[in-house]
Design a binder for this molecule. Structure first.
Ligand code: NAD
Length: 494
């Protein structure tokens, strides 16, 4: 067991929200204790100290929340609201989150160890996401279809009903915004289950939502264990859709359970994304991008570029630049302004990431790190070399700042190796050749391909999601409307 004690616990920020006793569940616009009385603690990974006690929702609480969401879905205050007004409700949510942005960023840094510069960005981005979705309600058009003169055929885009939204621990406010934004813009209601390791910002946002014009029951928040609360939500016959962000095994489980009553499902899962560096690239920029790709946010990102492929002719030079860049990644207290990487999110996760370094050694890999793991849950950027395409460290998502460095010969080889994975979430391509850039982007089987940049996100304008086992469906873009609405055909005999 790792002892996570590296920072001065007494000097850490202590938002008022952390006081005031055990956190409860938000059901039908009111805070309520779980029927069973069960609770769990959430911890600060930098100090190992408990931050708050949080309710653990059981199946009875899921019943209550789903019933509240159903009532709210059918209530005139939500079902009959004009699109203009629905847009204003979303703008109100954006405003209230923006007004409490620093507090929310601090809560996320405390809860999952992300450096404050990163959690600030995630909250600011989420505000823009809500503003983006505030524009949608007035633009969800159906179509008229060709018909004979004595008939009229048209389509309506209608909400699905109750959406169960289940999120991962690594980007708490962002994932909440990515799910609530489109679900509410299209007229659905939501039961949100945030991740066990970082539930606090969602609960604080629950308090903030009560100060907006959102009718009671439109958003309900249930904290709890995935195997209990998440399972109950996925099994519940009153839930029309599950929108899930998390790991591949749990995504498969959700799809399996949802098949029983054919719930709609969106899955945003893991990745093993390739970073492809051609010999004509700006190698310094590519090295910066590659290290950011796997080490930013301690590598706890779904789009992490953890397989780096460099063209053989520039391998040595690029490797030097990579190691130089890795040294710039200072580890430390998430609240220190110089910190690039905070601790990993939890002891169990740290031990899992650490175990992959042993796996790499057993598989004959050579490891280069720019520091020693330990002294808390800190993991320096680590490069694995001399491993083949069939090793576990090249095939499995590690979810820490660990990447494999490999070489390729030409464009076709880069595409083939880039695609040699069950995942397909993202990729980056570094080159000064337009032809290579677009040919490679077209050939890669990934939901997002960045060219000469990495992990840039827009606040909703472009679709995001995975090919292959990185997911199902898309968040954002025009595509998101398909994920949160049903299309109804109406035929009229005149
Ligand atoms: P996880 O799958 O363990 O948990 C995700 C959520 O699912 C949590 O809220 C958890 O409580 C819940 N859950 C667990 N078991 C469940 C079950 N049986 N039924 C219903 N819900 C259940 O994932 P994690 O460790 O929290 O997050 C890391 C993973 O998330 C990584 O694989 C990462 O790549 C992925 N991720 C993907 C995206 C994306 O947009 N594609 C974004 C962030 C993270």
């Amino acid at each position: 067991m790792v002892t996570p004690l590296t920072v001065d616990a007494a000097a850490r920020p202590a938002p008022a929200f952390l006081g005031g006793g055990a956190k409860r569940l938000l059901i039908d616009g009111a805070w309520t204790a779980p029927v069973s009385g069960a609770a769990f603690e959430t911890f600060d990974p930098a100090t190992g100290l408990a931050l708050a006690t949080v309710a653990a929702a059981g199946p009875e609480d899921v019943d209550r929340a789903v019933a509240a969401a159903r009532r709210a879905f059918e209530a005139p205050s939500w079902a009959d609201i004009t699109p203009y007004r629905r847009g204003r409700v979303l703008l109100g949510i954006a405003d209230v989150i923006e007004a409490h942005a620093e507090e929310l960023a601090v809560l996320d840094s405390l809860d999952m160890g992300g450096p404050l510069w990163l959690t600030r960005w995630l909250v600011d981005h989420s505000v823009e996401v809500f503003r983006h979705y505030a524009g949608w309600p007035t633009k969800i058009y159906g179509q008229t279809a060709p018909s004979d003169p004595s008939a009229f055929h048209y389509t309506l885009r209608q909400p699905l009903g109750v959406v169960g939204a289940i999120t991962a621990w690594n980007g708490p406010v962002l994932q909440l915004a990515w799910k609530l934004g489109p679900a509410l813009a299209t007229g659905n209601t939501v039961v949100l289950k945030p991740a066990e390791w970082s539930p606090l910002s969602a609960l604080r946002i629950g308090e903030l939502l009560l100060t907006t014009d959102l009718p009671p029951g439109v958003v309900n928040i249930l904290t709890g264990d995935g195997g209990v609360t998440g399972e109950a939500l996925t099994h519940h016959a009153g839930v029309d859709k599950i929108s899930f962000t998390g790991s591949l095994p749990v995504g498969k489980r959700i799809l399996e359970v949802s098949a029983r009553d054919l719930k709609r499902v969106t899955l945003e899962l893991g990745g093993k994304s390739p970073t492809i560096v051609f010999d004509d690239a700006d190698l310094a920029a590519a090295a910066r991008g590659a290290v950011a790709g796997f080490a930013q946010g301690s590598g706890e990102g779904c789009v992490a570029g953890t397989r780096i492929f460099v063209q053989e002719s520039v391998h040595e030079r690029f490797r030097e630049l990579l190691l130089q860049e890795m040294k710039a990644y200072t580890l430390g207290d998430p609240f220190h302004p110089d910190t690039r990487m905070g601790p990993l999110a939890a002891p169990r996760h740290y031990e899992r990431v650490l175990s992959y370094l042993d796996v790499a050694r057993e598989e004959g890999g050579t490891l280069t790190t720019v520091g020693e793991p330990g002294n808390g849950l800190y993991m320096p950027p680590t490069l694995i070399e001399n491993v083949g395409p069939d090793t576990r460290v090249v095939r499995e998502e590690i979810f820490g700042p660990v990447a494999a460095l490999m070489t390729f010969t030409d464009t076709a080889d880069a595409i083939a190796q880039g695609n040699d994975t069950v995942y397909g979430l993202a990729a980056s391509v570094w080159t000064s050749s337009l032809e290579r850039a677009h040919r490679t982007a077209r050939g890669l089987r990934a939901g997002t391909v960045w060219i000469n940049t990495y992990a840039e996100m827009t606040a909703g304008t472009v679709p995001f999601g995975g090919f292959k086992q990185s997911g199902l469906g898309r968040e954002h873009g025009v595509e998101v409307l398909d994920a949160y609405t049903e299309t109804k055909t109406v035929m009229v005999r005149l």
